[in-house]
Design a protein around this ligand. Sequence first.
Ligand code: CA
Length: 229
Amino acid sequence: MSRILIIEDETSIADLERDYLELSGFTVEIENDGKKGLERALQKDIDLLILDLMLPGENGFEICRIVREKKNIPIIMVSARKDDIDKIRGLGLGADDYMTKPFSPSELVARVKAHLARYERLLNINMQANDIIEIRGLKIDRTARRVWIDGVEKAFTTKEFDLLSYLAQNPDHVFTKDELFREIWDMDSIGEIATVTVHIKKIREKIEKNSAKPEYIETIWGVGYRFKR
Ligand code: CA
C-alpha cells in the first residue's frame, strides 16, 4: 500500500488528514518540521507528499522545489491562504495539486487516490515503452537486448543481436552481405563479408526450428538475406 508523508505543523490538521487516509488503507507519516520533513520526503519509500506551505525549519515552496528536482512523486500543497495558492501556481514549482484550508478530508482522500492512480499509469506506460519486435514466436526486446523464441530466452552475442535486430526491423527488405557488414560492423571493408554468413548461421541455429528451411531469415541466392514478415 502506498506510503504518504504529511508535512504539517498544525497537529490537529495533520492528525485529521492521517486518520482519513489511514481509514482508506494508506500508511501515513507526519513530520511537523520543514527540514525534517524534507529529509523524510526524499527517502525512497514515500509515494506521495502532502505539503503545508508555512512551516518551521523550511518553507513549503523550497521543499516542493527540491523534492520535485529529485523525485517523481505526486505533491499536494495545502495552505490556509487563497493568495498563497495563487502564488504557488504562479511559481510553477511542479506541485500536482493545491488545496485551501479548511478542506474536507474526504476531498483530500479522493485527490490522493486520483494522483497515485495517475502516477501509476504513467509508470506503467514508461515500463511498457521497451522497443519490442514480435514476429510469430520470435520476440526481440531491443531495449533490454534480449531474445526469446517460443517463450524460451536465447543468448546472443552483441553482433548476432545487432544483425538479427536490424533484419527484423526491416522485414521484407533484401540486404546484400556487403550492406549488412557495413551496417553492423561499421567498417568499409570488403572481403570480410564471410563474417555475415557465419553470424547468420549462428542466429539460425538459435531461432530456426530447421536451419535448412528457415522461417525467419531467408537466403536470397546471389543477393543476400531477407527477414520474413
Ligand atoms: Ca503551517
